[in-house]
Design a protein. Structure first.
Length: 190
């Protein structure tokens, strides 16, 4: 371990991580899902507007997150077997890809189907692409699959963090928790 390396992620990195996780979960919960007629029905207006607003927030937040990650110092990786370190990097990479791909497929799919991006308070962003309904419908279906994939992958990520904390006791979970959380945020002597 590098003696100049911090023991935990910065408060800003932690806030960005947990805000992203919460927004993704809420967007998943409020995703109207189903057929195009169901998604764009008047009865689903609020859910769709909330889902699209949350999705756009995630999209903007992930740019901030990537920029912050490039300039922020972060803890050295845990001393784990090589396969485990590679798996952690692969999951993190896949999560970032999904964080970009989900909003892009949703926006592009909606616009190609001829629907505006609808945000809370009635704000709309008219389609900026020529209508190609079948392609848009395919992208909307792909978006749904990606939404399921990010939930499964985030769940795996969370289970891995708990495994590190409970079984390996290597402090990996604690690096992403503020010290005031208590015993869950204790970092063992490395």
């Amino acid at each position: 371990m590098n003696s100049n390396s911090p023991l935990r992620y910065s408060g800003a990195a932690q806030a960005l991580h947990w805000a992203t996780a919460i927004l993704v979960l809420l967007a998943f919960i409020y995703g109207p899902g189903g057929s195009e007629q169901r998604v764009y029905s008047a009865a689903r207006n609020f859910d769709r507007q909330l889902h699209e607003s949350l999705g756009l927030s995630v999209f903007l937040l992930v740019f901030v997150r990537v920029a912050w990650r490039m300039i922020d110092r972060h803890p050295d990786p845990a001393n784990v077997p090589r396969w485990m370190g590679l798996a952690a990097k692969a999951v993190q990479f896949a999560l970032y890809v999904l964080l970009f791909a989900l909003p892009l497929t949703a926006i592009t799919g909606a616009w190609l189907e001829g629907h505006p991006l609808t945000l809370l308070a009635g704000a709309e962003v008219a389609p900026l692409l020529a209508k190609s309904h079948d392609t848009g419908a395919s992208l909307a279906t792909f978006h749904t699959w990606l939404g399921d994939a990010i939930m499964w992958l985030a769940g795996l990520h969370a289970l891995a963090a708990l495994y590190h904390h409970i079984v390996l006791r290597d402090g990996v979970l604690a690096t992403m928790l503020p010290p005031w959380v208590g015993r869950w945020a204790q970092i063992p002597n490395r």
